[in-house]
Design a protein around this ligand. Structure first.
Ligand SMILES: [Fe+2]
Length: 442
């Protein structure tokens, strides 16, 4: 991973080796991330970068009660810097964590990019820059941020495959599907358990509506997912999505129960997978029963964290879908109040520009006020990418807007939205079904 080896202030050789293994485990979405970090601390309890990584991992959890521990970890890193000194790179990593804990996501992305300008082979900085580009809705940097560093990597470097898979997904999000697929497949040739590589090709198949190929791709690689962390649920979400678009609704519901829903998980990505899939199943006419209630029970305590606008929107939708009107209203009020109280935070700007209106529309949609929902979501539609997430994930909001327009009898708008989608996804079954519905009524 390192060339030349990065300097880690005062850390032993074993601690550095274990730390770099932890970074590889993180890049590979492996479930032994915690064990690797523990081994790093066992080798050196005062390693600055280990404390930084620990703080990042607390942040990734997005659990309100745990988030303050990220600041504790940052404090420990700062103390290590006082005792041992710190390199410029280590100080920038501390600044990146600091920015994230303060909700400054755009600043965090900029800090990690500045590390990469000096150290293009810093895999941790690359992953984090990519992560923040993703949740700031910066598709272009998802691709270009990786393209910039790629010439500095060589095939034999540990972590090289992860760089290819990052590049593959960045290309996919910019609709460069052929090149995305080539890079994703190359990453899988290096490591068939590379979750991001599997994922990138699954996205290509999704966007090109190559459902059978997508299902085969995911099914063929699934035996390699045993050592993956919760991200494997997102891979199952992709597979379920492909079955759904192939019209295999009952199979999707079974897959939801067996492979997506995890009663023990409080992971925000797992919950957004679940919420998104239940809503899509309902659009397909499937009765989902008490599943919304189980999700709402989980969402309620987690929704106190103002983490990503993308997550907020899903949580509002889930509470409203469960019929918990008071809780859904209270959450939207809390989201807006936080935006007003902390205007410097990235999420606040996104709430003010788009997510407040989107959430308002989602509430109206679930309450059957379709014209009102259309009025709320329609004007911000072009800005929804600012919430972060992928095209495939955000497609849910497009689908909701189309449904609202159709149900509100706004046929002109519905036609326009469906034609937009048809232009980019001509073989999409969801779209074709709505176009037929529209033709039958209009
Ligand atoms: Fe995805």
């Amino acid at each position: 991973m390192t060339q030349p080896p990065f300097e880690y202030s005062g850390a032993s050789e074993l601690a550095v080796t274990n730390f770099e293994q932890t970074v590889l485990a993180y890049a590979g979405f492996r479930r032994d991330i915690g064990a690797c970090l523990k081994a790093t601390f066992a080798a050196d309890p005062d390693m600055l970068m280990a404390h930084v990584l620990k703080g990042l991992f607390f942040q990734f959890m997005a659990i309100p009660a745990i988030l303050p521990r990220a600041r504790d970890a940052l404090l420990a890193a700062e103390q290590a810097a006082v005792q041992r000194g710190a390199t410029a790179r280590e100080r920038q990593h501390m600044a990146g964590l600091d920015a994230w804990t303060r909700g400054l996501l755009v600043d965090a992305a900029r800090i990690y990019e500045s590390i990469l300008a000096q150290h293009p082979r810093d895999l941790l900085a690359l992953k984090l820059a990519n992560f923040f580009h993703f949740y700031c809705g910066n598709s272009r940097e998802l691709r270009d941020g990786v393209a910039r560093v790629l010439p500095h990597w060589q095939r034999q470097d540990p972590g090289y495959g992860f760089v290819l898979s990052l590049y593959a997904f960045g290309l996919e999000e910019n609709a460069e599907y052929a090149q995305a697929e080539r890079n994703g497949r190359a990453a899988i040739e290096i490591n068939p358990a590379d979750a991001w590589g599997v994922h990138a090709v699954a996205h290509v198949c999704e966007m090109q509506d190559r459902h059978r190929e997508g299902i085969d791709w995911l099914a063929q690689l699934e035996p390699h997912w045993n050592d993956l962390n919760n991200f494997r649920y997102h891979l199952w979400w992709h597979r379920a999505l492909q079955h759904l678009n192939a019209g295999e609704h009952e199979a999707v519901l079974a897959m939801y129960d067996e492979h997506l829903w995890d009663a023990k998980s409080d992971d925000y990505l797992d919950l957004t997978n679940d919420i998104s899939m239940l809503q899509r199943l309902e659009f397909a006419g499937v009765e989902v029963g008490a599943r919304w209630q189980a999700i709402a029970d989980k969402v309620l305590p987690l929704s106190a964290a103002r983490y990503f606008a993308f997550v907020d929107a899903h949580y509002v939708l889930a509470l409203a879908a469960a019929g918990r009107d008071d809780q859904a209203d209270a959450l939207l009020s809390a989201i807006r109040a936080a935006a007003a109280a902390t205007p410097a935070q990235t999420i606040s700007a996104v709430t003010a520009a788009v997510n407040g209106a989107l959430c308002e529309g989602l509430l109206s949609f679930r309450r059957g006020h379709y014209a009102r929902a259309t009025e709320a979501i329609g004007p911000v539609r072009e800005q929804i990418h600012l919430l972060g997430g992928s095209h495939a994930q955000r497609d849910l909001f497009d689908e909701i807007l189309v449904e609202c327009a159709l149900r509100a009898g706004q046929h002109g708008l519905a036609r326009q939205l469906l034609d937009d989608r048809r232009a980019t996804r001509p073989g999409n079954r969801w779209n074709t079904d709505r176009l037929s519905r529209l033709a039958a009524t209009y």
